[in-house]
Design a protein around this ligand. Structure first.
Ligand code: ZN
Length: 464
């Protein structure tokens, strides 16, 4: 990239794709990376991309992190292992979640590497616990609504994105050679009325907008329907005498499912039923979230004041040790919420291996399922899938509730973006697979945005 008085962006990940979020902002002599996410998907492709990061770590001045999800943060220790020594800026809740996410990621990689070495592959983990510790040492946490300098000519402010706890809209005020430009990055933009979280803040006016487009071609059912739908699915399982396995990201979806089930049991819609949250990471993340009540929405704070805990209540059990997790094989009813959300790793695989073949059981998909993941194959209705190296026939019910998503759908995103059209000269549509990204770009053009680009990976554009 040229080193001069221009302001430019290079899209290094999550360009026509939903994982591996990485966007490089160059202004004057400075280089700032927005997000440093792990690429997820088939191992051969993902591993190669995560190992060889598409930028020079030592030449980078700082990282600004939108939120703690691993597809936005998970390559940070790799960046540090490759020589990055600048600051990593994020909100305080993101900092607390980041420790869990990165430690967990390091453990998963060590496990995978051991597993592959036993099969004769010469594999090193992408990074280890020490790299994670070094990474955490570079983190500088800042509250929402407090602008801070990142490099000469760049001030950043975090606004609440309402996507997961600590998630931020990143507002970047740039000044190079007396030219001022405001760039806004939506990060992962949340939705109104998500459990626990405050609603996303409006997007501020800007010259250039970098917007996500995960659901750029879809609309979600609304929350009331969703709670009713969840009640219906659970009641169906109780009639069939089976259990429900919910693959869910440890941060966000897990707590939403637990909170909705708690609500349905409190108001008497559902009888008491056992809920297991089987992932040490989900348990720890739930604790971190519970410790940030200052960021909860009014509804959740009122619930707490009335003496109800939305996340820790009678009937929900957070499973820590492996023996207790294995013992869940004996449980034929109830709800097991377990990571990972796209069924790529983690304890959920063991629960799926038990349940996939049983007609009375149900797999409930509550998150986005990227192409190439086991979750996507189940969602697409494949009858035969490989799981933990064994072929399985899918006989159980597979249900999907995309309404659980913590991403705005296209109508919600457009409603948040439309007021910007008068001033915003350029929009860059990222964090969406081809079709949703293209569909959303077309809607932005219809809404009056003069220039809307769906950048290719590695594409460099000048912010005019
Ligand atoms: Zn996210």
């Amino acid at each position: 990239m040229k080193r001069d008085a221009t302001i430019s962006l290079q899209f290094l990940g999550a360009a026509r794709h939903v994982t591996g979020s990485k966007h490089l902002l160059a202004l004057g002599q400075s280089r700032v990376l927005l997000d440093c996410g792990l690429v997820q998907g088939p191992r051969r492709i993902a591993d190669q991309q995560n190992r060889n990061l598409p930028l020079e770590a030592r030449a980078l001045d700082a990282v600004v992190l939108s939120h703690a999800h691993i597809d936005h943060s998970g390559a940070l220790p790799r960046l540090v292992a490759q020589g990055f020594r600048g600051s990593i800026w994020c909100t305080e809740a993101t900092r607390d979640l980041l420790r869990l996410m990165l430690m967990d990621s390091a453990h998963i990689q060590a496990q995978d590497a051991r597993h592959l070495r036993r099969r004769g592959h010469d594999v090193e983990p992408l990074y280890d616990v020490e790299d994670v510790e070094r990474t955490l040492g570079l983190v500088r946490a800042v509250p929402y609504h407090r602008p801070f300098p990142v490099v000469p000519g760049l001030r950043v402010e975090f606004l609440d994105a309402g996507h997961i706890l600590g998630s931020a809209i990143v507002v970047m005020d740039c000044e190079v050679a007396h030219r001022r430009r405001r760039i806004v990055f939506t990060g992962d933009y949340g939705r109104k009325n998500l459990p626990i979280l405050r609603d996303p803040e409006p997007l501020p006016e800007c010259d250039a907008l970098i917007t996500e487009s995960t659901y750029g071609d879809r609309q979600h059912e609304d929350r009331v329907d969703m709670v009713a739908e969840l009640a219906r699915i659970v009641a169906e399982e109780q009639r069939d005498g089976g259990r429900i396995v919910v693959p869910a990201f440890a941060v966000g979806r897990t707590q939403s499912v637990v909170m909705f089930l708690g609500q349905l049991m409190r108001d008497g819609t559902l009888p008491r039923l056992p809920i297991w949250v089987d992932s040490p990471m989900s348990r720890d993340a739930t604790r971190v979230i519970a410790a940030h009540a200052e960021l909860f929405d009014a509804e959740t704070r009122a619930l707490l004041r009335s003496g109800h805990d939305p996340l820790f209540f009678d009937g929900v059990r957070y499973v820590g040790d492996v023996e207790e997790s294995k013992a869940l094989n004996q449980e034929r009813t109830g709800v097991i919420v377990s990571a990972s959300g796209m069924c790529e790793s983690g304890r959920v695989l063991h629960h799926l291996s038990q349940s996939l073949g049983r007609r009375e059981d149900c797999v409930l998909l509550v998150g986005f399922q990227a192409h190439g993941t086991l979750g996507r194959r189940l969602l697409d209705g494949q009858q035969y899938v490989n799981l933990l190296g064994e072929p399985h026939t899918v006989r159980c019910k597979v249900r999907s509730m995309p309404g659980f998503s913590a991403h705005a759908d296209w109508a919600e995103l457009l409603a948040a973006s439309r007021p910007l059209a008068a001033r915003c000269r350029q929009v860059f549509v990222v964090h969406g697979e081809d079709e949703p990204a293209m569909a959303y770009a077309a809607r932005l053009r219809d809404a009056g945005f003069p220039e809307v680009v769906v950048p290719e990976k590695h594409e460099i554009v000048e912010v005019r």
